[in-house]
Design a binder for this molecule. Sequence first.
Ligand SMILES: Nc1ncnc2c1ncn2[C@@H]1O[C@H](COP(=O)(O)OP(=O)(O)OP(=O)(O)O)[C@@H](O)[C@H]1O
Ligand SMILES: [Mg+2]
Length: 321
Amino acid sequence: MADPRKQLAKKYTLDNRYANFGETIKKITVNGFRGVNGLDVEMNYPILAISGLNGAGKSTIGQICLSGYRKPDNVEKGYKRYYVRDFFPASAADPNPFNPDASVLFHYETDDKDSPQELTVKRNQKEWSGYKRQPHRKCFYIGFTVYIPKVERKDLSIYKGSSFALTQRRDIPDDIKIKVGRILGQQYDELHFQGIRHGKNKAELGIASRYGASYSENNMGFGEGRTFYMVDLLERSPDRSLFVIEEPETSLHEHAEYELAKYLIDVCNRKHHQIIFTTHSDRMLKAMPSEARLMLYRDINGVSSFEGLSSTRARAMLSFG
Ligand SMILES: Nc1ncnc2c1ncn2[C@@H]1O[C@H](COP(=O)(O)OP(=O)(O)OP(=O)(O)O)[C@@H](O)[C@H]1O
Ligand SMILES: [Mg+2]
């Protein structure tokens, strides 16, 4: 069977990229955000795995990419596009998260592979400018707080646990159930989402059945709940969306990290998403082809990048050799 990593690379060659992935980000040049200056980041693969020591600037790059697109027409009510200001809040405690002349130059693919569209978002006095002509695309940020166990945040399903009503059920296709099970190394009899309501408040709960038991996400493992949530989102979002995922390995066992990396390659092959993820996981880096790896390194001179490293060299950077 053909290597899915190579299949994906083939779809992403410059000749095929626009037809398959649309107005995807080809490159960004970042100037003046959290000490990241004059840094070019090229997307040489539909997935970019950004790694490096804590504080290197990984999340900074992912967050900036999310600010590169306008809201598509016909999105559901409540969908909000991301802006730079959402991620770099200034305050008395944090006077300069960006420089007064900070800018990001976005290069987007177009139907002419030799002429990418270039647009700059930059700081002008007290405002950011440059959003108006951006392409339209649905963007998702799977940060750390997107999936928090409902028990920890005292959700409706917890504090009204004795009195909420069940509403609509949302079924999960069988093949998605199998994919979630493969990542987690277990077999599910069934997975679905259950709507709940209390007064005007509504929520949705993931429900799983295995080993003869049925349980909601309120009694799931964290890795299990987060994986279920993440896979569901990747599968039901429109094709060619942009996903920025913070440390998807969070709470996963060793084999699940590797299987999740394989799944990300699989979903990009099917749905032509662009996925940027930050990671400290040697296993996830190893599962990616070298052109998907980006290592960041910060020292007194700023942040530098190393593209296309072998997994051994990437690991050496993370483990101090
Ligand atoms: N105002 C600032 N000026 C310069 N550098 C800053 C400023 N604010 C934050 N930083 C740098 O940005 C870093 C945080 O960047 P970021 O969140 O992108 O790191 P990260 O690589 O995602 O880290 P982690 O692996 O811990 O999530 C800080 O550790 C600090 O070095
Ligand atoms: Mg981070």
